[in-house]
Structure formats: structure tokens, C-alpha cells
Design a protein around this ligand. Structure first.
Ligand SMILES: NC(=O)c1ccc[n+]([C@@H]2O[C@H](COP(=O)([O-])OP(=O)(O)OC[C@H]3O[C@@H](n4cnc5c(N)ncnc54)[C@H](O)[C@@H]3O)[C@@H](O)[C@H]2O)c1
Length: 281
């Protein structure tokens, strides 16, 4: 398939290389001249955003979506969507896919209407749109992109994700199809859960230090990976079984927090957990 990738950074480059290895014709678009040069030096196809190019059937947007204050900066996204909108040719049944991380509602309320306004075409009739979050790790970008664990495709209608599903199928990872907003939300569940886990173990590392058992911290964390069901059972805690309850969890959370306070140790994370539990959440 003829595929254009807008944004040849960590995600766009790794994903594009994975697609190349599966026999697709990939063209990258990037605003950085040095990135274009290095791609062309490798014999790869690369263009600047203002350069007119042949239309293609799949456009994948992988540009940055930084956070300014608490707002998502969509300037690179809107420039990319404008380029893609100008290239859409209904006779090719094109699909536009955003792979950048975007907040829930962005696709339906902003990206699709923007594509329609600029192109004068209708979503669902002349072109299709899907959101497909990227899960690779920056430090293992190329390896992760070529051996993904799972794919998630969000679309307004199931069939709108068919083109990207076809491209992802040979990677032999499960492909899950959901609504647009669910796919956008999942990427934030993914990242905030990882952040939560890191913060929790950082708190526990501070407690170990205060107790003067820091030398054993890695050993006891490693045992926790084996002992806590939340670690060895990936689905633990994800079912709708209500707030933290049962015989041990509430009593031990409160006792541990009380003990921490008595040792002048604080854990805003555990305090929040206790408050949530008391409010029945
Ligand atoms: N880096 C990661 O590990 C990772 C993992 C998953 C998802 N993501 C998400 O993927 C998106 C891209 O992240 P990244 O790490 O690849 O960013 P990056 O900064 O590495 O690459 C972005 C590329 O887009 C180019 N670019 C910027 N504006 C452009 C424009 N208007 N037109 C064309 N090219 C433009 C930049 O020159 C750069 O080469 C972000 O939304 C990010 O949150 C990143």
C-alpha cells in the first residue's frame, strides 16, 4: 500500500520502517530539513510539508502533541491535517489515521471537522478516519514497532478502520476495535497507569530509605512482583468490583498510613487512596 507518514520522529520513523519491512511504499513528511536529509541519504522517500506529493490511500499522522500548561498543543496536528486534507482523493478511498497521542474527543470534535472543512469532502463518504495510538517505548522504538504487543483502532464505524487494520494484521498482534473516544481514552489510561506505578514505588523507596533498609529495596520490590496479585495477574483491579474493600486492603492501608505519619513520612499517593476509599470510590 502507498502510505504517507507525517512526522518522522521517534514514532513516525519506527512505524514507517516497520511498514517498509512489510513491503509497503512509505513516504515520510517532516518539517526538519536535517531529518529529511538523513532519510534521503538512506535512499528513502521524504518530503517537506509544503511540497505537493502524489495522493495515497493511507495517511498516518505522527507529529508531536506537547502539553503547554494543562492544554494540548495541536499546532503540529492542525498543520499536518491541512496537508493531508489537500491531498485527499475520494477515488482512492483514502483513510487518515492519527497515531499521535490526543485527548478524548479530539478526533470527533476537531480533527474530522477540520479535514472536512479544508478538503470540502465528507467523512464516511469520501474519506475515512481512524485513531490508532502508538504504544512503543522510546528507548526500544524500532524493536517495539516491529514486534507490537497489541493494536487498538478507534473509529466512528467499524469499517473506517479497515485500511489500518489490514496494514497492522501481518504484525501478528491482537487488533482490538473500539469507538474513537475509547481509543483516545485508552492511551491516557496506559500512560497514567505507568506514571502511577512509578510514583508508588518511588514512595516505597523513600520509606525503605527512612527505615534504613534501602539496600534490600530491589529485593523486596522483586518479591512484590511475584507475591502481589496486582503484579502477576494483569487483569487484577480492572474489573468493576467497586472500591477498595475486603478484609485486608482497607485495614492495612489505614494502619500503614498511620504508621507513616508517626514516622514523619508522607505519601500523597496513599493519602489520596485512603480518601478515595473513604468516599467509596
Ligand atoms: N516517543 C515515544 O516514545 C512515543 C510513544 C507513543 C506515542 N508517542 C506520541 O507520538 C507523537 C509523536 O511523538 P514522537 O516521540 O515521535 O515525536 P518526535 O518529536 O520524536 O517527532 C515528531 C516529528 O514530527 C516533526 N514535525 C513537527 N511538526 C511537524 C509538521 N507540522 N509537519 C511535519 N512534521 C512535523 C518533527 O520535526 C519531528 O521529526 C506524540 O503525540 C507522542 O506523544 C510518543
Amino acid at each position: 500500500m502507498k502510505i504517507e507518514i507525517v512526522g518522522a520522529g521517534v514514532v513516525g520513523l519506527a512505524f514507517g520502517r516497520a511498514l517498509l519491512s512489510r513491503g509497503h511504499a512509505v513516504r515520510w513528511v517532516d518539517s526538519r530539513p536535517e531529518r529529511l536529509r538523513s532519510l534521503r541519504d538512506e535512499g528513502l522517500t521524504a518530503a517537506v510539508p509544503c511540497e505537493s506529493s502524489d495522493p495515497c490511500s493511507l495517511h498516518v499522522i505522527c507529529v508531536p502533541t506537547p502539553t503547554n500548561g494543562r492544554e494540548q498543543d495541536r499546532s503540529a496536528l492542525s498543520e499536518s491535517l491541512a496537508r493531508v486534507a489537500a491531498l485527499l482523493r475520494p477515488e482512492l478511498s483514502p483513510t487518515v489515521v492519527i497515531r499521535s497521542t490526543i485527548l478524548p474527543g479530539t478526533s470527533r470534535q476537531w480533527a474530522i471537522p477540520l479535514l472536512e472543512t479544508i478538503s470540502g469532502l465528507h467523512h464516511g463518504k469520501h474519506f475515512r478516519f481512524a485513531y490508532c495510538p502508538e504504544f512503543l517505548r522510546e528507548s526500544h522504538a524500532v524493536a517495539d514497532a516491529s514486534a507490537p504487543r497489541v493494536h487498538l483502532i478507534g473509529a466512528l464505524e467499524l469499517g473506517h478502520g479497515d485500511a489500518i487494520a489490514e496494514v497492522l494484521a501481518p504484525f501478528e498482534a491482537p487488533v482490538v476495535r473500539v469507538s474513537l473516544e475509547a481509543a483516545e481514552l485508552q492511551k491516557y489510561i496506559h500512560n497514567t497507569f505507568n506514571a502511577l506505578k512509578i510514583s508508588f514505588f518511588n514512595d516505597m523507596r523513600r520509606v525503605a530509605k527512612q527505615l534504613d533498609v534501602i539496600a534490600d529495596a530491589e529485593a523486596i520490590f522483586s518479591v512484590t512482583c511475584q507475591s502481589a496479585e496486582g503484579m502477576w495477574n494483569p487483569a487484577y483491579g480492572t474489573r468493576n468490583w467497586g472500591p477498595v474493600a475486603g478484609h485486608c486492603l482497607p485495614k492495612d492501608l489505614e494502619a500503614f498510613l498511620g504508621w507513616m505519619r508517626s514516622c514523619d513520612l508522607d505519601s500523597p499517593l496513599l493519602e489520596s487512596l485512603s480518601a478515595l476509599r473513604r468516599h467509596g470510590e
